[in-house]
Design a binder for this molecule. Sequence first.
Ligand code: FES
Length: 142
Amino acid sequence: MALYSEKVMDHFTHPRNVGVIEDADGVGEVGNAKCGDIMKIYLKIENDIIVDVKFETFGCGSAIASSSMATEMIMGKSIHEAMELTNKAVAEALDGLPAHKMHCSVLAEEAIKNALKDYFDRNNIPYDKKQFPDCEHCHHCE
Ligand code: FES
């Protein structure tokens, strides 16, 4: 069996929603301390709905495929639905990632959450801090 699914290869070679939103309503950036890869997510939000999303990922193929798939999964969704997106759901939508590449999908989940947190902060929207685990104390990347 091939190491990567066709969907991973498709999203890696033809990533969707690559780019920058200059007047984004929320921007999230996360890095994986171990591999040095960085992912940045830009959100445009109207009436609690994500009307546009773009990403920039300086990282491995799995991280690029994960960001591409994750942006497709939250486009047009409410900010509350986007908060529920997990790295497991992203990996499943990609028909799986090799076990040692699962941490790459975590970057996508965390970058989206960080962008939403930025949106909440900018608009003084209250939120539960526990929804945004502190990256330094998370064990995904170990
Ligand atoms: Fe760094 Fe995949 S190896 S995100």
